[in-house]
Design a protein around this ligand. Structure first.
Ligand code: JAH
Length: 233
């Protein structure tokens, strides 16, 4: 899996990229993340990447030329142009289903905005797959891009151990439920005991208890997942 991140703040990424799971995946050659500074495509002495909105209003807008030229140069640098993703609150909401779809591409080009957003012509010219990680406004698309990378690499074969891959599989497809409660040692803490069934050694009973807990927890907290599991809630 190959990611290209297009951003005005590449320095936001190395801390995240140094995280153990991702670091091991990069070292194993399973994942490659390349950072590109949009400012490197800006013209003139001041390398201006933003400007005031036509028609007035607050804030600044990302200029069309450096963004479009950055996207085109990065995509053209390799035989596979990749799947272009723009991180924006105006995109389709990211779900595990969409993560699975994104993980089907060999190369993802992640375009991160800042300020009040992109000149509309960036969308018209580059025709990105616009993705939102949730209905809130961030300082820019970088944290959303890290969310996409984090969710996608877990689906790259070999990145996770078999244990976690199997767990992921049981929640793939339509009928996703919330996780059941988990316990580990000590058996009792401040008067709170782990349920006896988990220490019974009866694996059929344990599986039944967990399934029931998942169903109950999902009903209580996220009934929307039970009613329309494949919908983009
Ligand atoms: C904010 C450009 N869906 C999360 C998300 C993604 C991007 C942005 N905000 C929220 C954003 C400012 C400028 C993008």
């Amino acid at each position: 899996m190959h990611f290209d991140v297009l951003t005005l703040f590449p320095e936001m990424f190395p801390g995240y990229l140094g995280q153990s799971l991702l670091k091991l995946a990069v070292q194993a050659g399973l994942v490659d993340v390349r950072l590109h500074n949009i400012r490197d495509w800006a013209e003139g002495k001041h390398k201006q990447v933003d400007d005031r909105p036509f028609g007035g209003g607050p804030g600044m807008i990302l200029k069309v030329e450096p963004v479009v030229e950055c996207v085109e140069a990065v995509r053209a640098a390799e035989s596979d142009p990749g799947h272009l993703v723009m991180l924006t609150p105006q995109g389709r909401r990211l779900t595990q289903e969409i993560v699975e779809e994104l993980a089907g591409h060999r190369r993802l080009v992640l375009l991160c905005g800042r300020y009040e957003g992109f000149d509309e012509r960036v969308r018209l010219i580059t025709q990105p797959d616009e993705i939102s990680v949730g209905d809130y406004v961030l300082g820019g698309g970088e944290v959303a891009a890290m969310v996409v990378i984090d969710a996608v690499i877990r689906l790259v074969p070999g990145v996770l151990g078999h244990e976690e891959s199997a767990k992921q599989d049981s929640f793939s497809g339509g009928g996703r439920l919330l996780e059941y409660p988990q316990y580990t040692r000590p058996r009792e803490y401040r008067g709170l005991e782990a349920p006896d069934v988990l220490l019974s050694g009866d694996h059929a009973q344990i599986a039944q208890w967990r399934a029931e807990q998942s169903r109950r927890r999902t009903q209580e907290r996220r009934a929307d997942l039970l009613n329309k599991p494949s919908e983009n809630k």
